[in-house]
Write a protein that binds this ligand. Structure first.
Ligand code: ADP
Ligand code: MG
Length: 470
């Protein structure tokens, strides 16, 4: 009997493997140890040790439905899991990932390095700012689409923490120059004041480093490290959505920095209010400073950017070709750059001069893509075809279950695949309120977590929609 618990836990893990990502499994479930299986009057309890209360809480917050599913299948409906804390369970395995291992002393005891992200012996003033040196103001072309964001960024770069723009938050779609602009602030400051601690970090990296610091019982050092930064740049904060513990940590860091007059610069792919699962207290902090949007560049700016890129690379391109690209590649600046690079590569490979006919044929797919933008209507049609319902029902008052489900899924997908605001999506579904769209998103996410059939339906729809834009 005594070995049963091992086999039972293994079986649970095998099911979990199909329900959570490999990384999550490794991070959160590998360190756990089954220690007993108790069977009394029909109750079947698998006792599992966790390294800390935090683990237990995190698993409960994030994986409860999936863990239930696994336990149900292995132990039956009367089964359950009880977590026990065992502080000796700290994992000594190397953590896989791009982030360097947090230094630890010989026996897993903290080694006395106060900054977990700096090589021992290196002074804190030499914090690696993780900036790309190419992202400067000099290389950033100004246009109507980015004027406000750019001038605010310049003001901040000259006087970080000393303007009213603290925090400063830029938002806008992909490839519009958010990362470039934020890093320009950092590069400018670093150039003028090399002694200042500048740190650029994506919200994903912030999150994963925070999680690692917890695993190694070094969360307080994580916080301390961030408190020495003079200019903190966090990119793509939409990924903080729904990550409560990370937001809480960020909230404390934010307060500490802001109180001591340090500058905070953030970006997001949408208005913060439209990110699901961001705490109110953070949203209200964001309003202390300035929020500026970045728009799709207009024709003149697209032309100027292309000329500038060609110039930087020391190549001359027929103005007709520049005009052709600028007129046809409209969605974002990354694509604009991509188009130019592709033409150059093609011309180098074939030895042919770049001209308009060549641009037409080499860029054919890019140009077609921009015409096939996803719209709310096209997504509604895809979803209704799938569920075999008339599109008109999505905007109707009916609360029939299958209609509600299709409506919620369609709203969720519109939010995922279009740039429309919650408000505009709601309006396109029979004039519903933006809160209905938020509710739809949450309920789809919850159901995807708990119901694997439903998850497959949504994934099916996603791949249909993605095929269409290719
Ligand atoms: P985002 O972070 O908004 O997705 P990026 O900052 O990564 O966009 O920009 C995509 C590419 O376009 C980068 O190579 C960047 O240098 C370039 N770029 C964006 N905006 C401009 C601009 N105004 N002038 C020159 N290059 C730009
Ligand atoms: Mg970016």
């Amino acid at each position: 009997m005594s070995e049963d618990y091992d086999a039972l836990w293994q079986a649970c893990l095998e099911i979990l493997e199909t329900l959570v990502s490999r990384q999550s499994l490794k991070t959160w479930f590998d360190p756990l140890r089954p220690v007993a299986f108790e069977e009394t009057e029909g109750a079947r309890v698998l006792v599992v040790q966790v390294p800390s209360a935090f683990y237990r809480e995190w698993i409960n917050d994030h994986y409860r439905p999936r863990l239930h599913e696994a336990v149900d299948r292995v132990l039956g409906a009367t089964g359950s899991i009880r977590f026990e804390i065992n502080r000796d369970l700290r994992s000594d395995e190397e953590f896989a990932g791009e982030i360097p291992e947090i230094p630890r002393g010989a026996s897993g005891v903290p080694s006395g390095i106060s900054n977990p992200f700096v090589i021992p012996g290196v002074k804190s003033s030499e914090i690696d700012s993780r900036l790309n040196p190419n992202y400067t103001f000099e290389r950033f072309i100004e246009g109507d689409c980015n004027r406000l964001a750019r001038s605010a960024s310049l003001a901040i770069a000259q006087n970080p923490g000393g303007t009213n723009y603290n925090p400063f938050l830029v938002y806008g779609g992909v490839g519009l120059g958010k990362t470039h602009l934020m890093q320009a602030i950092g590069n400018h400051l670093k150039e003028k004041h090399p002694d200042q601690n500048v740190l650029y970090v994506s919200s994903e990296r912030f999150t994963s480093e925070f999680v690692q610091s917890i695993q190694h019982n070094r969360a307080s050092e994580f916080g301390q490290f961030y408190r020495q930064i003079d200019l903190l740049i966090i990119d793509d904060i939409q990924f903080f959505g729904g990550k409560e513990k990370t937001q809480e940590e960020f909230f404390h860091i934010f307060n500490a920095l802001h109180q001591s007059g340090k500058q905070i610069v953030l970006s997001s792919d949408r208005l913060p209010r439209e990110i699901t699962g961001i705490e109110e207290r953070l949203l209200s902090r964001f309003q202390w400073g300035l929020t500026a949007d970045m728009q799709v560049p207009e024709l003149e700016t697209r032309t100027a950017i292309l000329n500038r890129k060609a110039d930087d690379d020391g190549i001359s391109i027929d103005p007709m070709v520049i005009d052709f690209i600028a007129e046809n590649v409209k969605t974002n600046i990354r694509e604009l750059e991509g188009a130019l690079i592709r033409l150059l590569a093609h011309s180098t490979l074939t030895g042919r001069e770049i001209d308009v006919p060549m641009a037409k044929s080499v860029l054919a797919d890019l140009i077609k893509d921009t015409r096939q933008q996803l719209t709310i209507e096209s997504i509604q049609r895809t979803v209704c075809d799938y569920f075999d319902l008339p599109v008109s029902l999505l905007g109707a008052k009916t609360r029939k279950r299958e209609v509600v489900r299709a409506r919620q899924v369609a709203m969720y997908l519109c939010k995922q695949y279009t740039q429309h605001s919650l408000k505009s999506i709601g309006l396109n579904f029979g004039g519903r309120d933006h809160s209905t769209v938020i509710h739809a998103q949450q309920s789809v996410e919850n159901q995807m977590d708990t119901d694997s059939t439903f998850r497959r339906v949504v994934q099916d729809l996603q791949s249909q929609i993605e095929k269409r834009t290719r």
